[in-house]
Design a protein around this ligand. Structure first.
Ligand code: ADP
Length: 361
């Protein structure tokens, strides 16, 4: 087909096979002249009769026409298949198209055009929803931050006055009074710790994700911050194999290790000195999988999701101190890096925490 009439005839008479194709098919000269069009009624941006023989840059809006012509010329010259997305104004609304262009044996270019308006609309809807969710999340975080911040002040007052009362009037109180007072002070301290941890949670994961750094340096940073409890507990670390480079924020990842290591130390089994194994390897998809294993008390896997939630703990504060926020912070940081965190454990058999981070390659 090299002229208008051939194109018309082909559309109307010859191409019964083409007639069954729901997508549009165009044949275009490398100079952008339409030679042939196959389309269902109402599918093209203007009448088919006008299209055949017309030029891409004249019939389409300027920007789209130029973009399509450039693609046609590249395909004709390089003889390689190419795809491009664009939108066109139709009388009812804008429509989105995906064109797959291929070279023909005659030196022309054949384009199969799919109307992807509904896919695009769906995609836009999802993007909008994701944006709204991010905004809602941010304002929730802001709320937690402000609420925690504002709660700190009256609480400091309660704790301060209760301590003063204990100090100055202790000899005037009977045993029950002393007990009540120590309960108030203990409760205020617990609440203060929870508020501090909530503030830490709302701050965790803030900031930008930086370039690559050696995973080992984050481990070292975490160990430095725990030097006292490591010494007191006689904890030992075993790093298995080489540690890779990862992409992310070193101090955030150090915080993750710190929370995991301090748990391994806290939840140690009886008199056994805590032993912590660390391993990391690159997987085929460019991610690094890290594991932190310990020889501690472990836990039942039925709690494996719950322990990553805020304030969720498996023991009372009398059994093990803590507020149940360490793993929630770790999860938030890892998710901020696009990774995920999970665990595997058995009571009395130690626990392993796994997480993924983007690799440096
Ligand atoms: P916290 O230690 O303050 O309670 P976390 O969020 O760090 O808070 O941990 C949540 C719960 O998960 C802990 O209370 C504990 O029951 C369990 N847990 C976490 N790490 C370990 C571990 N290494 N071994 C056994 N249990 C653990």
């Amino acid at each position: 087909m090299s002229n208008h009439d051939d194109g018309e005839r082909c559309y109307t008479n010859r191409c019964s096979l083409l007639a069954a194709i729901p997508d549009m098919v165009f044949e275009v000269d490398p100079d952008g002249t339409f030679l042939f069009v196959h389309a269902q009624p109402g599918q093209t941006f203007t009448d088919r009769e006008v299209i055949v023989g017309g030029k891409l840059t004249e019939l389409l809006p300027k920007e789209v026409g130029v973009k399509c012509l450039e693609a046609v010329q590249r395909v004709a010259e390089k003889r390689e298949v190419e795809s491009l997305d664009y939108f066109l104004p139709y009388p009812d609304s804008d429509r989105f198209f995906r064109a797959h262009l291929g070279p023909s044996t005659k030196g022309t270019v054949v384009a199969i055009i799919q109307d992807v308006t509904s896919d695009k609309c769906y995609q836009r809807k999802l993007e909008l929803q994701a944006k709204r969710l991010t905004e809602a999340n941010e304002s929730l975080e802001q709320f937690v931050y402000i609420a925690s911040h504002d709660l700190r002040e009256p609480l400091t007052g309660i704790a301060g006055f209760a301590t003063l009362l204990e100090r100055r009037y202790e000899d005037q109180l009977d045993d029950a009074g002393k007990h009540f007072l120590s309960e108030i002070i203990g409760g205020a301290q617990q609440l203060a710790q929870k508020i501090e941890d909530l503030l830490a949670l709302s701050r965790a994961g803030r900031g930008t994700i930086n370039g690559p750094f050696p995973l080992g340096s984050a481990i070292e940073e975490a160990r430095r911050s725990l030097v006292r409890s490591i010494k007191q507990s006689d904890a030992a670390f075993r790093i298995e194999g080489q540690l890779p480079l990862v992409r992310g924020d070193r101090s955030m990842i150090a915080q993750v290790f710190q929370n995991l290591f301090s748990n391994s130390i806290k939840y140690r089994r009886g008199e056994d000195a805590p032993l912590i194994w660390i391993e990391a390897h690159n997987d085929e998809s460019g991610w690094v999988q890290v594991s932190v294993r310990d020889n501690g008390i472990g836990f039942d896997m039925e709690h494996s999701d719950r322990i990553f939630k805020v304030f969720q703990r498996l023991y009372t504060i009398e059994q093990y101190p803590g507020t149940g926020i360490g793993l929630a912070i770790a999860k938030k940081i890892i998710e901020k890096h696009g990774g995920r965190i999970w665990t595997s454990s058995e009571p009395s058999e130690g626990s392993t925490f796994y997480f993924t981070l983007p690799g440096a390659k």
